[in-house]
Design a protein around this ligand. Structure first.
Ligand SMILES: Cc1cc2nc3c(=O)[nH]c(=O)nc-3n(C[C@H](O)[C@H](O)[C@H](O)COP(=O)(O)OP(=O)(O)OC[C@H]3O[C@@H](n4cnc5c(N)ncnc54)[C@H](O)[C@@H]3O)c2cc1C
Length: 442
């Protein structure tokens, strides 16, 4: 491993006399969730090995992932507690306001008109009396979050990263799990964690059933440059094909241009044609949806796309195995909550594992895993249900539904306690919170 270049970090773990690597926790997947769990457990002194089929250098390349993450307040506290936030902070834009409105496309090609009935969240109204106001969250590019996580893993002697490495077999016995890699190497661990994302092989091998439904939608992701500053305001417009989100980013460090990250939901049968449009036609379609509130606007850089679906694993654990993040539940990005939900899995799993380890207990024991599953199930299923219902309610142009949702948005807007309730949920600070999400050390 080149310790001077943390973005290309690969540290081989020590091999035992039987030829196997032995570690406390083996995490499969160094995506945004697996890398966060490795950093959390490694910071608390557990020996962690984390593998991925892709090297870190590929995952931080600008053309790998064009998305940003809306980091909720609770997730921000957790990133701070595990020593990752300071490297993300220069690239993170605070979210001060969120404006949600219903809109439709102007058939004449003009900017999308928005309904006068709307919902406005102001960060100053999310706090209880006497508390200081804090941003509702931050927007940061995925590649910068990944780079910060890899940098942190490079600082931790307790963490070994093996990548590229493909999982071949996994055996989960009474006392330990043993995984072999495609190149023949073997790793033994008390606990195996799948952070493999939606297509988890470990979940499938464990026979855990998956409930899944496609949305027939695709998210087009681009960066917008606009003439006027966004002033920390995130906008979500519900257009007939689905939500169009405008998320405030930091100004371009080189040119100083004002920027926002766009998540533009379209029908899956129409989106490929939009993505292939020549530049002037694409810019016209883009500007039509974006509107004129930030002055002249253009989409810059690569056009990325992501198919959208919802899925939930029937169980989040099996003997010596825990699922975290998208491997456990994958949701629609309508509320920017998928990674935040996974981050709460990370914080809860890290807490039960670290507590068991401190007491000298078996960290992969069924009782430890049952605690994790019990803790995470309700939050995850609630978020799956809420985002699914929101997307179905808003991604259509049916007149009575349009009227009902507009009235609903306006009603919430007029009721401060209800508004505060939604804001605190979006900030990820509701319910039985793990220590990391409260900003405490593990
Ligand atoms: C358009 C869009 C916008 C979004 N915006 C937000 C947002 O604003 N806020 C938010 O909270 N969430 C957001 N999300 C959701 C968020 O991106 C995901 O929830 C999150 O990235 C999931 O991370 P993960 O690490 O669980 O999975 P993944 O990112 O899928 O990572 C899995 C990793 O495991 C590796 N892997 C898989 N299988 C194997 C194997 N068998 N062997 C070795 N390696 C393997 C892969 O190479 C990969 O690196 C958005 C999603 C989309 C589509």
């Amino acid at each position: 491993m080149d310790r001077e270049d943390p973005e290309t970090l690969e540290r081989e773990p020590a091999v035992g006399r039987d030829g196997d690597v032995t570690t406390d926790v083996l995490i499969v997947g160094t995506g945004l969730i697996g890398a966060t769990l490795a950093a959390a457990l490694g910071s608390a002194g557990l020996r962690v090995t984390v593998i991925d089929r892709l090297p870190g250098s590929a995952q931080v390349a600008p053309n790998f992932d064009g998305r940003t993450i809306a980091i909720a307040h609770g997730s921000h506290c957790a990133l701070r507690a595990i020593g990752v936030w300071s490297a993300i902070a220069p690239h993170a834009e605070p979210i001060l306001d969120i404006r949600i409105s219903d809109g439709r496309l102007d058939p004449a090609g003009g900017p999308a008109p928005v309904s006068l009935l709307h919902l406005h969240f102001d960060h100053r109204q999310a706090v209880r009396p006497g508390q200081a106001a804090a941003p509702m969250g931050y927007i940061a590019e995925n590649r910068h979050i990944r780079a910060a996580l890899f940098r942190r893993l490079g600082e931790l002697d307790t963490v070994s990263v093996v990548a590229p490495a493909e999982l071949a077999t996994a055996m989960r016995g009474e006392d330990a799990a043993r995984v072999t890699l495609a190149d023949g190497r073997a790793i033994r661990a008390a606990l195996l964690v799948s952070a493999e994302g939606r297509g988890s092989l470990l979940r499938e091998q464990a026979g855990i059933r998956l409930h899944r439904a496609g949305y027939g939608q695709l998210a087009i992701v681009v960066t917008a440059e606009h003439a006027l500053p966004h002033r920390g305001v995130a906008q979500e417009k519900f257009l007939p094909a689905g939500p169009f989100a405008i998320l405030p980013m930091t100004d371009d460090p080189a040119s100083g241009a004002h920027r926002s990250s766009i998540v533009w939901t379209e029908r899956a049968d129409l989106a490929p044609a939009l993505l292939r449009l020549p530049e002037p036609a694409f810019q016209a379609e883009f500007a039509r949806r974006f509107g004129t509130h930030l002055g002249a606007v253009k989409a810059v850089g690569q056009r990325f796309s992501y198919p959208l679906s919802v899925q939930t694993a029937e169980r989040f654990v099996a003997p010596r195995l825990a699922l975290v993040g998208d491997a456990a539940h994958g949701i629609h990005p309508i509320a920017g909550q998928g990674w935040n939900l996974g981050l709460r899995d990370v914080a809860a799993l890290a807490e039960v594992v670290v507590d068991a380890h401190r007491l000298g207990l078996d960290i992969g024991h069924a009782a430890v895993l049952a605690d994790y599953e019990r803790w995470r199930r309700v939050d995850a299923l609630t978020m799956v249900g809420a985002t699914d219902a929101l997307n179905r309610l808003f991604s259509n142009d049916i007149a009575p539904l349009r009227l009902a949702r507009d009235v609903g948005l306006a009603a919430v807007n007029r009721l401060p306690p209800l508004r505060r309730f939604f804001m605190r949920h979006a900030m990820g600070v509701v319910g039985d919170l793990p220590r990391l999400v409260r900003g405490e050390a593990l």
